[in-house]
Ligand binder design. Structure first.
Ligand code: ZN
Length: 443
């Protein structure tokens, strides 16, 4: 090993764990399954929404809704009306492509799959990548309908670019792709008598059969499949100070929030990590941040603690919500894209996001409170505001805050190329965020 070989540091270990988490989570359903495995390994117990809940003092629990949203919590040691709730929220979904229900297209000797654009990906970044499928299928079995996760590990699909010889202006004009006609993904070659739909169904049935004995093509009733890039995440840079991966937005925040929660031992306040599906498409769904999921879980915890309405409202007035989603890191190749004074650095620490039009929930008091968490954790922090002549994105923060009516702040780790098929972030930022969220949980 040369002298400059990177040291094994705590930050590096956390970053490599994040890469493993994302690699195991190619779809939001897989992300919840990965999170579940981690929670079970740390003594959490699964609760079902269909069942009555029995909660023990100091207990550690989680509940899943819709397959891709999850709320995990650790019961606090102080009365809820006195200590309130500490909540960190993030989202499990990432922008990209989803397969349409009858996706198979045949023609010109090729099978292609019709896709729907999910959320707002940078379409051009999905060209020439080793794409595959992951998601969930519903099967007919002897025991009734069953939902199974499905993942192809190998590259299965591709979106080849048009050669520059047929697209001479691509470097001046950028790559523009028609969402209907120019995104179908090549799946394979078809013989004269081959049927594209049968090819797809056989692939799916064979993939499910790997963990089930009875699946035939006719037993596949329905599916939701995301397109993902099979390339594993990596560290990069002169000192391996950066992370590159798909889905850093927002699995990096999910993993930081999960890590902070599992490391929280005997907190005063009841602490929750809430991971929501459907943020990239507006959060309005039965399990998204706009649903009753978080209010239902808080109501059940409160009812179990026998809080009357006065004490329930006292608890909410003492609660705090941290919305964790990635922030735009400053890219020196595009200096004019940023607000002066708000150039957020990769590895500069958690970013507090402010927008007075309430695209972010941060206000002076909640910002100061988060700064306090960073100071207690001994990590730096940064502040971000969007250019005034560009539309500002939003996240789950305002949606959850307006439902709960609790003090809230929007934060996130800096990321380059948000919504690219492969985003980049900082090795140290991930560890900083975990430390700040642990401080927020009061452990
Ligand atoms: Zn996001």
């Amino acid at each position: 090993m040369s002298q400059s070989a990177p040291k094994i540091t705590k930050d590096r270990t956390a970053a490599l764990e994040l890469i493993d988490f994302i690699d195991a989570s190619p779809s939001p359903w897989h992300a919840v399954a990965s999170a579940e495995a981690r929670l079970l390994a740390h003594g959490f117990t699964r609760l079902e929404e269909e069942s009555r809940w029995q909660l023990a003092a100091g207990g550690r629990y989680y509940v899943v809704r819709g397959g891709a949203s999850m709320i995990a919590f650790v019961q606090g040691s102080k009365p809820i009306a006195e200590a309130g709730f500490r909540i960190v929220g993030a989202h499990t979904d990432s922008p990209g492509f989803r397969i349409k229900p009858k996706a198979a297209l045949a023609g010109d000797g090729l099978a292609r799959l019709a896709v729907e654009v999910y959320g707002g990906p940078i379409l051009a970044t999905f060209t020439d990548r080793d794409l595959s499928l992951a998601g969930r299928v519903v099967l007919r079995t002897a025991a009734g309908q069953q939902t199974r996760l499905l993942r192809f590990e190998r590259p299965l699909l591709r979106l080849p670019n048009l050669a520059i010889h047929m697209n001479r202006d691509v470097n001046e004009q950028g790559l523009k792709l028609n969402k209907q006609t120019e995104l179908p993904l090549i799946l394979g070659q078809l013989g004269e008598n081959d049927d594209a739909e049968a090819l797809l169904r056989k692939l799916l049935a064979d993939a499910v059969q790997a963990d089930s004995n009875h699946a035939g093509s006719a037993d596949l009733l329905s599916w939701e499949l995301a397109v993902y890039d099979v390339q594993k995440g990596c560290l990069w840079g002169a000192n391996e100070e950066f992370i590159a991966s798909r889905q850093l937005d927002n699995l990096a925040s999910c993993y930081a929030a999960l890590t902070a929660l599992v490391e929280t031992k005997q907190p005063d306040a009841t602490c929750l990590t809430a991971l929501f599906d459907h943020e990239e498409v507006g959060s309005e769904s039965a399990a998204g941040a706009g649903s009753s999921f978080i209010t239902d879980v808080l109501a059940r915890i409160s009812a179990h603690a026998k809080l009357d309405e006065q004490d329930r409202q006292r608890a909410m007035a003492r609660s705090f919500f941290i919305s964790a989603d990635m922030a735009h890191a400053y890219n020196p190749n595009f200096p004019n894209a940023y607000e002066p004074g708000h150039k957020v650095s990769v590895n500069g620490g958690p970013v507090i996001k402010t927008n007075s039009n309430q695209r972010y929930t941060t206000n002076a008091e909640t910002s100061a409170r988060f700064i306090g968490f960073c100071e207690r954790a001994g990590v730096p922090y940064q502040q971000y505001a969007h250019r005034s002549d560009l539309g500002c994105g939003s996240t789950i923060g305002p949606i959850v805050a307006s439902q709960l009516g609790v003090a809230s702040v929007d934060v996130g780790s800096p990321v380059w190329a948000m919504h690219s098929a492969r985003e980049s972030a900082g090795v140290h930022d991930h560890a900083y965020m975990i430390a700040a969220l642990e401080a927020a949980f009061g452990s």
